[in-house]
Ligand binder design. Structure first.
Ligand code: RIB
Length: 289
């Protein structure tokens, strides 16, 4: 059983600011750092640090070769992580005094996948394997369709959420992991209970994991509803908290843990992540949980 994570790889340019910049405003940053990131990359790092066998499919430009090396050094498979001509994906990230962020994405290499590329990569995977997806790469509808046809178990994190997601072929998704904003986009509801009810109506066979930030997370597979609280920590930077949660949750669930313990470990991992700056480098190792 392999977990294929078909997702983005970004260079994150992170600026510390007093507050997130407002329209028409120019502000100075008090600190600047460059980190490895991308929702896909971060989730692969979290899976690898949680002890899962993960293979990452993605693309970077020449200036992103170090990201591929970093993922390989963590023990993730990089056979399907290509270096291509053209720019890598990157993110401009502001982090304010409370640790909240605002992100601008440039897709670059992440958005060069065609339906044929998706077919070639997915031909190596089949029943029993997991496919983890976010929404930062191109060819998403084809990837989802092919995954269903090949019998993969699909975990979908619809982030960043866009209107196009509503038209994706999502009936074959086994597990949705989403936050309240993404849940509202799917269901029109803003309260957790109403979001879960709306998701159940729309995707009757799917498991839904709704992350609630400081309020923890809720798991609903149609038979059982599990709620876990978040840990109380000093927040430095919330970037990659959701990615850490997803990587740890899937690593534990696919290893056979029951959903409650998978959720508890994932919330602990995410709590550690927010106490540190940056995306991928802030993701804890197993022995820290
Ligand atoms: O989830 C955090 C990530 O979102 C960052 O690493 C950034 O690259 C964007 O993809």
């Amino acid at each position: 059983m392999t977990i294929l994570n078909f997702g983005s790889v970004n260079i994150d340019y992170v600026y510390r600011v007093d507050h997130l910049v407002r329209p028409g405003e120019t502000i100075a940053s008090s600190d600047y750092q460059q980190f490895s990131g991308g929702k896909g990359f971060n989730q692969s790092i979290a899976l690898a640090r949680a002890g899962a066998a993960v293979s990452h499919a993605g693309r970077v430009g020449e200036e992103g070769v170090w990201l591929r090396a970093q993922l390989a050094a963590e023990g993730a498979g990089v056979e399907y992580l290509e270096v291509i001509d053209g720019p890598s994906g990157h993110a401009l990230i502001q982090v304010d005094a409370r640790g909240e962020n605002a992100i601008i994405l440039f897709g670059g290499a992440n958005r060069t996948f065609t339906p044929d590329d998706a077919t070639a990569i997915l031909s190596h995977f089949g029943p029993g394997d997991w496919l983890l997806l976010q929404n930062e790469i191109s060819a998403m509808p084809e990837i989802l369709r092919l995954a269903g046809a090949r019998g993969l178990r699909v975990v979908f994190n619809p982030a960043p959420m866009g209107v196009e997601v509503l038209d994706y072929p999502l009936d074959g998704v086994s597990i949705f992991v989403l936050n309240e904003v993404e849940g509202e986009a799917f269901t029109g509801a803003s309260e957790p209970e109403a979001i879960l009810a709306g998701m159940r109506r729309r995707f009757p066979a799917a498991t839904v994991v709704l992350t609630l930030g400081a309020a923890g997370a809720i798991y609903d597979d149609g038979n059982q509803r599990i709620r876990v609280p978040a840990q109380k920590v000093e927040v430095v930077d919330t970037t990659a908290a959701g990615d850490t949660f997803i990587g740890y949750f899937l690593a534990r669930l696919s290893a056979g843990d029951d959903p409650r313990s998978a959720l508890e470990i994932a919330t602990r991992a995410a709590a550690i992540c927010v106490t540190r700056p940056g995306a991928a480098p802030s993701i804890p190792h197993r022995n820290e949980i």
